[in-house]
Design a protein around this ligand. Structure first.
Ligand code: FAD
Ligand code: FSA
Length: 438
């Protein structure tokens, strides 16, 4: 496969991984790169279009080789958050609490924090230990049965949307062309030709022929290609609570507080003074039968959350910051990601469509790699992904065989099972906000 710096390259999706890919291509000197997306950046349906995301080196595996590779990927990401002038302004090293309440949750937590090899961790076991994480006194709850580990530094949050937009602006400055909005940026099909992919067609009928095409459409990727059950679009839920200008100072500098059985929250964002809260659970699918009878989860947009999710958020608040537990929400949305069967990524040249590069399967943990993941995706283009990384992130239909669509993938919270939106009876009714406009 000969690729030159002037080859025509097409990226489908200007979300987290598509933007990172565009940036890395431009930084490596590729001069003919176009990105398509049905929304202006930041896309209203990008999982990365959010006020904040956790940045940590959390582990999901117990296998030594997989841990080593994931540590390497995390180090590459932190190199960007700590040292790349483009991303540094958006990272806040506030510290991160990882906690749980049940013995099953605590076992899982052990995997996620690996206390035995981290001297930066403080073990917390009493309600007072948790309350002291906020010297201003806003963590007033009883923290019933909470136990956990506080990472003092080397973990925190990033202003996700602003970092994403910064990456896109820099890619544009370096010459990448973004075609966004519907119909002109909305891909309706890939161009399949001679067992290969030769670009894409957009909803306005335009044919975008390309020598190499990158699939970075996140939870929507399965609409364009048969992923052999390697992707399961799964949604999570987030809400905001608006604080008064006087209150904001008290919540500022809160570390990220994460209970893997209940949910997590951050300090308020500086622009709007809102606190974002996510209730934790194994996710929601939207299962339908596809034409050939195989089950498929199909993403859809909604700027509301199920009422049961609201109840979980309020329960989390009543244990941690009870003074906020009854506040109205100022924003809510569901947010889609694509889970692989092992939560490892899919970054590979497609074995049967040699001009298609896959950069997907972010598995509900892929924002933190914004500064670096595009580098691996471009390595896949250039055929130089290190073997050990390749073995972990390769296209592998074997792992999708007989997929258990209800697998929680080690997640807890809510009913401790994967839910489906068909069973949701009641939703919140909060004024929607257009998050595709900055
Ligand atoms: P996206 O960012 O969703 O990008 C996909 C893009 O494809 C979008 O821009 C979309 O508009 C575009 N697209 C869709 N259809 C088309 C089409 N027809 N044509 C062209 N383009 C199209 N990760 C963390 O690291 N830390 C966290 O704290 C964290 N919290 C999360 C909280 C929630 C509620 C959720 C849902 C996810 C969270 N994640 C977190 C995961 C992280 O956000 C995702 O893994 C990551 O953003 C996925 O990036 P992506 O580029 O694959 O997908
Ligand atoms: O440390 C992290 O990568 C947190 S990802 C946040 C989250 O909401 C998960 O807790 C959830 O299980 C899902 O993966 C979506 O992202």
């Amino acid at each position: 496969m000969t690729v030159s710096k002037s080859s025509s390259l097409l990226i489908i999706g200007a979300g987290t991984w598509g933007s990172s890919t565009a940036l890395h291509l431009a930084r490596r000197g590729y001069t003919n790169v176009t990105v398509l997306d049905p929304y202006p950046v930041p896309s209203a349906i990008s999982a990365g279009n959010d006020v904040n995301k956790i940045i940590s080196s959390g582990q999901y595996s117990t296998n030594k080789d997989e841990i080593e590779i994931n540590d390497l990927l995390a180090r590459q990401a932190f190199e960007g958050w700590n040292n790349d002038p483009l991303f540094k302004p958006y990272y806040h090293d506030t510290g991160l609490l990882m906690s749980a309440c049940t013995s099953a949750g605590l076992d899982r937590l052990g995997v996620k924090v690996r206390p035995e090899d981290d001297s930066n961790l403080v073990e917390l076991s009493k309600p007072e230990d948790f309350r002291q994480l906020a010297p201003s006194g806003v963590l007033r709850g009883d923290f019933p049965n909470w136990r956990g580990y506080f990472h003092r530094s080397g973990a925190g949050w990033a202003h996700a949307r602003n970092a994403l937009v910064a990456a896109v602006k820099e890619a544009q400055r370096l010459g990448v062309k973004f075609v966004t909005g519907t119909p002109q940026g909305k891909v309706i099909t890939l161009i399949f030709e001679n067992n290969d992919v030769k670009g894409a067609v957009t909803a306005d009928g335009k044919i975008w022929r390309a020598e190499q095409t990158f699939m970075c459409a996140g939870a929507s990727a399965g609409q364009f290609l048969d992923f052999k059950q390697q992707l399961r679009p799964t949604a999570w839920t987030l809400v905001h609570i608006a604080l008064s200008p006087e209150e904001r100072a008290f919540y500022k500098n809160l570390p990220v507080i994460f209970n893997i059985e209940k949910g997590f929250f951050f300090e308020p964002d500086e622009e709007n003074g809102e606190i974002k809260i996510c209730d934790e659970h194994p996710g929601y699918t939207n299962m339908k039968k596809s034409a050939d009878g195989t089950p498929q989860s199909i993403p859809f947009e909604r700027t509301q959350v199920p009422k049961e999710s609201e109840a979980r958020v309020r329960a989390l608040l009543s244990e941690t910051m009870p003074q906020l537990a009854n506040r109205p929400f100022s924003f809510a949305r569901i947010c889609w990601c694509a889970d692989t069967p092992n939560r490892e990524f899919i970054i590979d040249r497609h074995p049967h469509h040699p001009s298609l590069i896959l950069g997907c399967g972010a598995s509900g943990r892929g924002f933190k790699y914004l500064p670096s993941i595009g580098g691996i995706i471009v390595d896949a283009l250039e055929g130089k992904v290190p073997q050990k990384i390749h073995d972990l992130v390769k296209w592998d239909p074997e792992i999708g065989k007989n997929r258990n669509w209800k697998d929680t993938l080690g997640r807890f919270g809510g009913p401790n099972r994967v839910m489906d939106f068909h069973d949701v009876k009641e939703w919140t009714n909060i004024r929607p906000r257009d998050i595709s406009k900055l």
